[in-house]
Design a protein around this ligand. Structure first.
Ligand SMILES: *Cc1c(COP(=O)(O)O)cnc(C)c1O
Length: 487
């Protein structure tokens, strides 16, 4: 702030120069120090509220002051996701070119709703859609939409599914809505992500019409179980939602076995591949996605495993006509052209030009780089979970078959119960995260608390893995010493 001069004549040097230079300096400082900062945000919500809550100023502030104070006041409240040692949830980092393209997206300030409003944004989206179709080996005629995340990709795909399944029963859902229409059911697995439930709610299908089927030990639906459920809902509008990478263990449904069963019963098959769809882009892991392209729609994210900045979800639909029927709209001020109109495919009207960051990420990595990123994350996840699991006081619950693994830390106290082991596991996770060397999430899987390990950052390498294992070892040692001291 010291070098900010409120009397400076911004018009003379360009209105934006000073504040963008400040932002650039802050960005560089953040990126340079990120590996020396605690990986998990150390600040409490109370501390952040204290720093940030203030009466809204009546008078305008100089842009540089706003930015300098924002940076100062959020300090300590940011997780260092863009490092090699953040393993919480399924959050990737940001690739350099993709981050830079995202900055330029804001600078260019395009409204990507329509091709006439931003021709470059529209064409870049066409290109990105084609590349993604190829990387995922999806049918050539599939349509796509760039949305905020997998949440909205589900909404988009299931809207297309709802359209087609009800049209088959002679019901025009876009005109009549769901009131009085045939029932719509969503058959899915007990391991689904909650974003599917929210999409079902938002579409008016209703949570009670989700039929959650049990999974086998590998987290997959059994074809007989699905066939039975389909038989119970014959004659209704049925959508089957399968998993390409479930949130806990990265399980893939057996598409070759399940899709034909669903299609034989007239169901639409949707695939939640928020991160797992990317396995299709790796020759090493592609077998897991065998026959995935026979489904009807797919949801995935750029902001998880591809390492674009946030606001990067992708919906893909094999039946482009159903997709457009569910989403498109024509208003009098639109200029008809031969362009692919982005707003014909997604739920947004005005929106950010999301294609630029995806375009940059894909070109920065190239086809081989995407495959290498997937393979490296999977290898690092295995090393990390295996390495922690080999420590005294740790137990592997799920050794990664993709990039997701689970660990448990049994309470060493004699006669400890399952509830004690749950509590001890949460305690160890909290201690490791507070240590600042690495960050992990927790989950309840098959009734037991676990540390959830997800590796999807492009920067994670062997040195990070070694450092993270060492951090867990130290905390486990501390926990055991603590027990001995208590005893
Ligand atoms: C993260 C995730 C989602 C939700 O994706 P968003 O991009 O957060 O909307 C859905 N399904 C799975 C399996 C996920 O991991």
């Amino acid at each position: 702030m010291a070098d900010y001069d409120p009397g400076h004549d911004y018009a003379a040097t360009g209105l934006f120069d000073a504040v963008l230079e400040r932002a650039h300096a802050h960005a560089r400082a953040h990126l340079r120090s990120r590996n020396d900062q605690p990986i998990g945000a150390p600040a409490t919500l109370a501390a952040l509220r204290k720093a940030l809550f203030r009466p809204l100023n009546a008078a305008p502030l100089a842009p540089g002051v706003v930015i300098d104070e924002l940076v100062r006041d959020v300090a300590g409240g940011l997780h260092s996701m863009n490092t090699g040692r953040f393993y919480g949830w399924v959050n990737g980092g940001t690739l350099p070119a993709s981050l830079a393209a995202d900055w330029l997206t804001a600078v260019w300030d395009q409204n990507a709703a329509m091709a006439t409003v931003s021709p470059a944004a529209a064409v870049v989206e066409e290109v990105v859609g084609g590349w993604l179709r190829e990387l995922f080996h999806l049918p050539r005629g599939s349509s796509f939409a760039l949305v905020t995340g997998t949440q909205m990709a589900h909404l988009t795909c299931l809207a297309a599914a709802r359209h087609r399944q009800l049209a088959h029963l002679g019901w025009d859902v876009e005109a009549r809505g769901l009131n009085g229409g045939p029932p719509v059911r969503v058959l899915t697995s007990s391991e689904r992500h909650g974003s599917l439930d929210r999409a079902v709610r938002m579409l008016g299908i209703g949570r009670d019409n989700i039929i959650a089927l049990p999974c086998d030990a590998e987290g997959r639906l059994a074809p007989e179980v699905l066939a039975d459920a389909l038989a119970r809902h014959r004659g209704e509008a049925v959508i089957v939602s399968l998993q390409a990478g479930d949130l806990n263990i990265g399980a893939f449904d057996d598409f070759a076995a399940l899709v034909p069963v669903a299609h034989a019963a007239g169901a639409w098959v949707h695939v939640d591949g928020a991160f797992g769809l990317w396995a299709a882009a790796s020759p090493t892991h592609r077998a897991k996605t065998a026959a995935m392209e026979t489904a009807d729609s797919w949801s995935t994210d750029g902001h998880k495993w591809l390492n674009t900045p946030y606001d990067s979800g992708i919906a893909m639909v094999a039946d482009a006509q159903a997709h457009r029927a569910a989403m498109s709209y024509r208003a009098s001020y639109m200029i008809e052209s031969d362009a692919r109109e982005p707003m014909d495919y997604g739920p947004d009207w005005s929106r950010r030009a999301r294609g630029f960051a995806l375009y940059a990420a894909l070109r920065e990595l190239g086809r081989d780089g995407v495959a290498e990123l997937i393979d490296r994350c999977c290898a690092m996840a295995r090393d990390l979970v295996g390495g922690i699991g080999a420590l005294p006081g740790a137990e592997v619950v799920w050794l990664p078959t993709l990039n997701q693994g689970l660990l448990r830390f049994p309470d060493p106290a004699p006669g400890a119960s399952e509830a004690d082991h749950d509590a001890h596991t949460d305690r160890v996770i909290a201690r490791v995260n507070a240590g600042g060397e690495a960050f992990f999430g927790g989950t309840t899987w098959r009734g037991r608390r676990c540390m959830r390990v997800s590796v999807c950052g492009w920067q994670t390498g062997p040195a990070d893995v070694a450092r993270a294992i060492e951090a867990v070892r130290r905390q486990l040692q501390g926990a055991t010493d603590g027990v001995r001291a208590d005893a």
